[in-house]
Design a protein around this ligand. Structure first.
Ligand SMILES: [Zn+2]
Length: 249
């Protein structure tokens, strides 16, 4: 079914450049269920050890706490040419250089954004339909990831542009238009902030997390379209182990 959907997507996009890129051959196979699922990631490959033994793992439950104001987050994003990749684990939009974020005085460059269904972070135990992660890289190599929850409502134009003619797993598609990542952010920039990890192997503990409090609307059809390809690509929440979760309004 996955292959059929992907194939129809390719055939429906004659004007798009489709580049089949080989899946990364360096990592062990991992998934979201069974023998290669999240509970076993740490044992699949020595380089994945942090998934099992790390003490600062993500995602986490973001319990409402004391508000700290104001936040020190400055997003300088701009629209870039659409390039959609189906990584085999998610749908991802690769960013062109030029979009950045300054968080607590440190500068990070936007590399890509991608999606999870259902959301990975929970808030007081409740979970949104989806979550988008904007992955930024600092010159030193560590990451600043901005997460935004997606919940059912009106259709989102950025998602519409991405979902159109999705490539097959391992494939990449360059579209004709521009994509504006800011179209996937809520109007109010209130957020949670904590120190954590990648939510996929190798689960490296190098991520400064910003998770927006207000969800962004996407349509039921947009959620369902993603879920048909990736029914569940969310890692279970991990223990905080005493880490503070700060709330900025
Ligand atoms: Zn993610």
């Amino acid at each position: 079914m996955l292959k059929a959907l992907a194939a129809s997507g390719l055939m429906g996009c004659p004007a798009c450049a489709v580049v089949a890129s080989a899946a990364s051959g360096t990592d062990a196979d991992w998934s979201y269920e069974g023998d290669t699922g999240p509970g076993r990631w740490g044992r699949l490959d020595p380089s994945f050890a942090a998934c099992g033994t790390g003490r600062r793992q993500s995602p986490v439950d973001l319990a409402p706490g004391t508000a700290v104001a104001p936040g020190r987050l400055d997003l300088s994003w701009r629209a870039f040419p659409l390039e959609v990749e189906n990584t085999g684990h998610t749908i991802q939009a690769n960013a062109a250089p030029g979009s950045s974020m300054v968080l607590e005085g440190r500068r990070f460059e936007l590399a890509q954004f991608h999606f999870h269904h259902p959301a990975e972070h929970t808030v007081g135990g409740s979970r949104h339909a989806m979550e988008v992660h904007f992955v930024h890289r600092a010159a030193e190599g560590d990451l600043g990831v901005v997460g935004a929850f997606l919940s059912e409502g009106t259709a989102n134009p950025v998602v519409a542009a991405l979902w159109e003619d999705l490539p097959a797993p391992g494939g990449r598609r360059a579209g004709a238009g521009l994509v504006d990542p800011a179209g996937l952010l809520p109007a109010r920039r209130a957020y949670f902030h904590y120190e954590g990890s990648l939510t996929t192997p190798p689960c490296s503990e190098i991520v400064s997390w910003v998770v927006m409090m207000d969800p962004v609307a996407v349509s039921r059809g947009q959620i369902d379209a993603f879920a048909r390809i990736y029914p569940s690509n969310a890692r279970p929440v991990q223990p905080l182990n005493g880490r503070p979760v700060r709330r900025f309004l």
